[in-house]
Design a protein around this ligand. Structure first.
Ligand code: BG6
Length: 481
């Protein structure tokens, strides 16, 4: 298969931090079709060779095992090209169209790794330049809007030029191997399905904790906040994967229809439930990994007195027969104690305990980060002092060992899917808009709340109110057990 992959925003952070390393990994793994060209597009003047040198230098920031040797880079770099474009100039798109048509590749993927405020104009220009034929797909990277109206505006501009099946919205969490394993676990095995419901499950916890702060992105982050940055997209996508009904087939739309139903079933927020069920936090100075770190308000480019949320914990429910009454707790934050992303399915306790000792209920932990994997926590009998006591054991499913192959990273997987036209792991516009509809009342309530975010010390697990939120139902966050 021949392809042209055009990266708008070709000199930006996303391109050299995530996309180029992912493309290189695919190249190394032999999954990137050799008949391909990767064209970086940006505003400044550079030759292909200048651009190759720029990318080579940036690989110094990539972890060592994922860095190319000189020889590997030279072979990979033959695919790399550069083109100067002013994204407001129609003739520059016409020039791009000539470049693409000259080759006549089987597939053309246009990746918009630019600032999202450019999406409408770029899509419009691509449409006018007829860079939207049936072999063309456009990939959009978040943030896709900052509220429902702005997301709809982007979607209107995209759909004026491209059909829904040509528009691929990335949520890189869906590319993480553990998330695919979750689909396989649920729909490739009969074991869990009878238990996957309110009768057997007490609560579900989704945690996406980061130990990093906002770094140099203070200005972007301050306009965004944790709710928009992590909950509206990544956390809700994980929730849909956990809560969805079995789709009739593995087709992209069959899966996305089920995910949309979950989003539509989420309990809507009211001003009262926001103050009861949502905790907003902002980090103060503290210690992370044994080193002192500054508070959010002292980070570069953060406006004085900002009320931006760097932490959110919330409680919601999926209002349908399968999940009625089961709390779903979502939690994310910067400058927390560890980089740790996991989904925990907490099963109910045994109805009538007959053994002494531990009564801990079973739980299934789906680890997304730092390593991915799956653990099933059970209780087993242990002889102690002549007594049979229950004590916890865990069944660890080590996929790396089982498949004896290197795991494929999120972006690598999603880029290869985009080239191959596999849409399962991309988010449809109606899912994305529904997610905005659900978070908007929280944003509105916060805008009217003079109390602002609760302070939490960097290096901890967020404000105490986040523990209280779960304790109110008689539970604790899993890392507190
Ligand atoms: C991005 C957010 O979508 O996800 C970042 O914008 C966040 O703020 C990142 O750091 C986390 O991704 P990962 O894969 O490192 O957990």
């Amino acid at each position: 298969m021949s392809f042209d992959l055009v990266l708008f925003g070709g000199t930006g952070d996303l391109t050299w931090r995530k996309l180029m390393p992912a493309l290189f990994q695919a190249f190394r793994h032999g999954t990137l079709p050799q008949e391909g060209r990767i064209l970086a597009v940006a505003r400044d003047e550079r030759s292909d060779d200048d651009y190759r040198a720029f990318i080579k230098e940036r690989f110094a920031d990539v972890e060592i095992s994922k860095r190319p040797s000189d020889d590997e880079f030279e072979r990979f770099a033959r695919m790399l090209h550069y083109r100067r474009m002013d994204l407001s100039q129609p003739e520059h798109y016409a020039g791009l169209k000539v470049w693409v048509d000259d080759r006549g590749a089987d597939t053309v993927v246009l990746f918009l790794a630019t600032s999202p405020h450019l999406f409408p104009v770029v899509c419009q220009q691509l449409g006018e330049a007829r860079l939207n034929g049936p072999n063309v797909r456009v990939v959009l990277e978040k943030p896709l809007g900052h509220d429902l109206a702005s997301a709809q505006e982007i979607n209107r501009a995209v759909s004026a030029a491209f059909s829904e099946s040509q528009a691929l919205r990335i949520d890189h969490y869906l590319g993480k191997p553990a998330v695919q394993n979750l689909m396989a676990l649920r729909f490739g095995n009969a074991l869990f399905e009878p238990l996957w419901r309110r009768e057997s499950i007490a609560n579900i916890q989704i945690t996406m904790a980061e130990s990093i702060g906002v770094g140099t992105r203070g200005d972007f982050y301050d306009r965004t906040g944790a709710l928009r940055d992590m909950i509206q997209n990544h956390a809700l996508q994980l929730l849909t994967m956990i809560a969805m009904e079995p789709p009739p087939t593995s087709d992209a739309d069959a899966i996305r229809d089920e995910k949309l139903k979950v989003l539509r079933s989420l309990k809507p927020f009211t001003p009262e439930s926001v103050s009861r069920d949502v905790v907003r936090g902002q980090y103060k100075a503290g210690m992370v990994d044994g080193k002192p770190v500054v508070g959010y308000l002292d980070e570069a480019k953060v406006p004085p007195g900002s009320t931006c949320d760097t932490f959110v914990a919330l409680r919601t429910e999926v209002q349908n027969w399968r999940w009625a009454g089961v709390p779903f707790y979502l939690r994310t934050g910067k400058r927390l104690a560890a980089r740790d992303a996991q989904i925990v399915v907490n099963f109910r306790e045994v109805p009538h305990p007959i053994f002494p000792g531990n009564r801990q209920a079973n739980k299934l932990v789906i680890k997304l980060q730092p390593e991915d994997g799956l653990q099933l926590h059970l209780l087993a009998a242990k002889h102690a002092g002549g007594n049979e006591l229950l004590s916890p054991v865990s069944l660890d499913l080590d996929f790396d060992k089982a498949f004896a192959s290197e795991r494929v990273g999120g972006y690598e997987r999603l880029l290869m899917d985009a080239l191959a036209g596999r849409l399962n792991l991309f988010v449809r516009s109606d899912e994305q808009e529904q997610a905005w509809r659900w978070v908007e009342p929280v944003l509105h309530a916060w805008a009217r709340d003079p109390a602002g975010p609760r302070a939490y010390a960097a290096g901890g697990w967020g404000p105490a109110a986040a523990s209280a939120l779960v304790a109110r139902d008689g539970y604790v966050w899993v890392e507190e057990q």
